[in-house]
Each structure stands twice: as structure tokens, then as C-alpha cells.
Design a protein around this ligand. Structure first.
Ligand code: TRP
Length: 430
């Protein structure tokens, strides 16, 4: 079993990158992409953008700026998977397969949809006013983004945890019905990542219109920094660092030493204008080296396009074989392979898998079936689904025959056949 961990993150292409995006998402992701033993997937979620934006020019511009921004910040497309969602047709294809195993009731509970319904109810209008099916289906599209690359870890903010749990449930439902094809993802919430306050002290966010553009012209950045809200303490009066947006933004960019120095200056009564100049210089020194590359890319969109096309090709090397397996698993198959047609099933893409079920006796069972659906192992009854799952997990990781008391070979099946199927499964899933 290989120990590679796959991380995956999507960025919705509706806005222009600001300092909050940089500190909260881009910078940590670029650092994380250099970890050994990981594969990293970063993509421009432009299908998601359509859910909230119907201005084509804005979507195109945002896609350009965000792509340029991630590359300027140091993301190496040779080392990671960097692609545009809409270049991967397997994503909408998987979306549909997942749609068919997802209860509508599950989606009724999704935060983004519920928030809109609650708002409508409070306003006394139709509960579904202004709700597109796109908004309703958002969690399914997001699950497809994740599952199509068998990602293990999804770095997200707290607001996205529910979506990851839904993706997990969808993968589980699919696997339960069709065999073990999808990897169950997990949210990875990094509490240490800085949450940047904006110009007015609230969280820096497009929706509050309090952002500082990451690659806005220098003079504009300076103006914005000088517009950060402070109190009315005069030069010479000691100033509090607690609750100071200026101090917090500085801290997100400065070393511990530099931060300590500014803390001292606050106590000694630094003038707000001087503190703002210090902040501007600190940010500018980090952004300036990236700015050149950013400007170059934004003015050479054809270079970006080439990078994204190459990224899509690389990503599809993973997605295409998976969808081929999934299509086969659900029964979207080449008719020439129909059982009993006398021809052997030549679509060798399907995998062996475990099927779990419950019998009328109330006990939990599983069968291990080969790629053609033939039963290789039949379990005895387990009291809980967890016990059955535990036994399956041991079979998968141990690659050895089960205890007689847990499961037995099906009639006519040899130990070697079972071991070969376990191995095939493990080789393919990892
Ligand atoms: N919905 C995410 C957001 O608004 C963006 C996103 C789309 C995403 N697909 C994803 C994030 C898959 C992680 C994994 O922030």
C-alpha cells in the first residue's frame, strides 16, 4: 500500500485575489505543496463560479487573475496538479453518477441552500425564490471534484466542513451499491492559518467590501492601507495591539521578531501614520517579487492557457480511467460484454470489491466479488456494520485470507483467486 496522501483544493473564480486570500489560502497551499509524500491538486472552480455569477467577462477575468496569482505565488505546475475544473469532463460526468445515489433530503440540509431558504421564509416569499438547481446541487459538484481524484485531505475553512462530510457520505453510498471504487475524503482544517481582518476590522472578505487587493497598483494598496480604521490616539500616546486590524495584518506578514518590535512601538506611542507606512513596506516587500511574474502572466494569457491545458491533460490521466471503471460498475457498459453473450468481458477496467448488506436476521454481511461480479468470499453475520467493516479493512490491508469464522471461500473458488483479487484491488485503489 503506498503512503501517498492526496490533498485537493478548489478556488471559485468570481473575484480578484486579495490579501486575505493570500494569507489564508494561497500562501499556506503553496508551502504545503512542497511536502514530501503528498500529491497536491489545485483547481480553478469555474463551474462553481456559474452558481453565483452570470457575467461571462467577469468569470473569464477572474479565472485569469486567480491562475496568474497562484503561479506568481510560487505554485509549480510541474510538481502539482493545476487545472481548470471545466477542462475535466469527468467531473460533470461523476456529478451525475453521484446525483443518483444522493438523497434529496441530504441536500435540503446543505448550509448554502438552507440559508437562502431561511432568508426567503423570513421575507415571506416563496421558500425557493432565487434558488437555482445549481445552488441546490452545489455539494454534489463539489463531491465530484474531490472524489474524481481520490483525494484524502481537503484543506478548507470551517464553513466547508459540511460539504466534505457530504462528499464522504456520497462516496460511501456509491461504494455500498457498486463496490469499493471511491476514497472517503476528510476535511483538514488548519487552525493556525491567519484569518485576516479587513480595512474595517471585520474579516477581510469581498462581501464586506473591505479588501486590499493583492496585486492592485502599489499606490492603491498604499491608499487602502492608510484607510485602515484606527482609533483617535495621537502620536506619543500608547496604543493597544488587541483589536488593532493594522497590527494583525502586520503580524500575518512579519516574523516573530518584527512583530515583537511593532508591539513595543505600539506601547511607546508610534504615530498611526508611521505604523501604516511600516505595514505598507512590509507587505510591499513580500508582494513586489511576485508582482512581476503576475503582471507578465496577466499580459500573456496564452502562456496561462498552455499551462492550464497541460494541467488538464495530466489530471485527466487520473480521472479518465476512474470514470471508465465507474461507468462499468453502474452498468453503463459495452453491450458486446453482456453476460451469456458467449464473449468474455474484455473491459478489464472493473475492479473486485466488497459489497456490504444486511439480512432479514438483522445481521451485517459482506461479499467479496471479482471484477465480473462473481462471489469470491462470503462472510458470516456480524452484529454491527462496524465489525463487518473492520474485517473488510483487515482483508484489504493484510492481503491475506480471512479467518474461517469471519468469511469463507465461495464454492469453486481457490485461495489464490481471492489473494489475486485482493492484490488487484489494493494496487488500483492506491
Ligand atoms: N466551494 C469551495 C469554496 O467556496 C470551492 C471548492 C469547489 C472546493 N470545489 C472544491 C474546495 C473542492 C475544496 C474541494 O470555497
Amino acid at each position: 500500500m503506498s503512503a501517498i496522501e492526496r490533498y485537493l483544493t478548489g478556488i471559485t473564480t468570481t473575484g480578484t485575489p486579495h490579501l486575505g486570500n493570500y494569507v489564508g489560502a494561497i500562501r499556506p497551499a503553496v508551502q504545503a505543496s512542497q511536502r514530501a509524500g503528498t500529491e497536491n491538486f489545485y483547481f480553478l472552480a469555474d463551474y462553481h463560479a456559474l452558481i453565483k455569477c452570470d457575467e461571462p467577462a467577469r468569470i473569464q477575468r477572474s479565472t485569469l487573475e486567480i491562475a496568474a496569482c497562484w503561479l506568481a505565488a510560487g505554485l509549480d505546475p510541474q510538481e502539482v496538479f493545476f487545472y481548470r475544473q471545466s477542462d475535466i469532463p469527468e467531473i460533470p460526468e461523476l456529478t451525475w453518477l453521484l446525483t443518483c445515489v444522493t438523497g434529496k433530503g441530504v441536500l435540503n440540509r446543505a448550509h448554502a441552500y438552507k440559508a437562502q431558504v431561511d432568508k426567503n421564509t423570513a421575507a415571506g416569499v416563496d421558500p425557493d425564490a432565487d434558488v437555482t438547481v445549481g445552488l441546490f446541487m452545489y455539494p454534489v459538484l463539489m463531491a465530484a471534484d474531490i472524489l474524481v481524484f481520490k483525494a484524502h485531505k481537503i484543506p478548507v475553512g470551517r464553513d466547508q466542513i459540511q460539504h466534505i462530510e457530504m462528499a464522504r457520505d456520497m462516496a460511501q453510498s456509491f461504494n455500498h451499491l457498486y463496490g469499493d471504487h471511491l476514497v472517503l475524503p476528510e476535511a483538514a482544517v488548519d487552525e493556525s492559518v491567519a484569518l485576516l481582518p479587513g480595512l474595517d476590522g471585520r474579516k477581510m472578505s469581498k462581501s464586506y467590501d473591505n479588501v486590499i487587493g493583492l496585486f492592485a497598483p502599489r499606490e492603491q494598496v498604499r491608499k487602502q492601507i492608510f484607510a485602515i480604521v484606527t482609533d483617535s490616539r495621537a502620536p506619543g500616546e500608547p496604543k493597544a495591539v488587541e483589536g488593532s486590524a493594522l497590527f494583525q495584518i502586520y503580524q500575518a506578514f512579519a516574523s516573530a521578531d518584527e512583530t515583537q518590535k511593532l508591539r513595543q512601538s505600539f506601547a511607546e506611542g508610534i504615530a498611526w501614520a508611521d505604523a501604516k507606512q511600516l505595514l505598507f513596506d512590509r507587505i510591499d516587500s513580500e508582494v513586489a517579487p511576485m508582482r512581476e511574474r503576475y503582471e507578465h502572466l496577466v499580459h500573456h494569457p496564452e502562456e496561462l492557457e498552455t499551462i492550464l491545458q497541460a494541467g488538464a491533460a495530466k489530471a485527466r490521466e487520473r480521472a479518465t480511467p476512474l470514470l471508465r471503471d465507474l461507468r462499468h460498475a453502474v452498468g453503463l457498459r459495452n453491450l458486446a460484454t453482456v453476460a451469456g453473450s458467449g464473449k468474455k468481458d474484455k473491459t478489464k477496467s472493473a475492479l473486485p470489491g466488497f459489497k456490504q448488506y444486511r439480512e432479514a436476521d438483522g445481521m451485517f454481511y459482506f461479499r467479496f466479488v471479482d471484477a465480473q461480479g462473481r462471489t469470491l468470499l462470503q462472510s458470516t453475520g456480524f452484529v454491527s456494520p462496524k465489525d463487518a467493516g473492520q474485517c473488510i479493512a483487515e482483508l484489504k490491508s493484510g492481503l491475506a485470507l480471512p479467518h474461517e469464522s469471519d468469511a469463507q471461500l465461495a464454492p469453486g473458488i481457490t485461495a489464490d483467486q481471492v489473494l489475486a483479487a485482493l492484490k488487484a484491488l489494493s494496487d488500483n485503489v492506491n
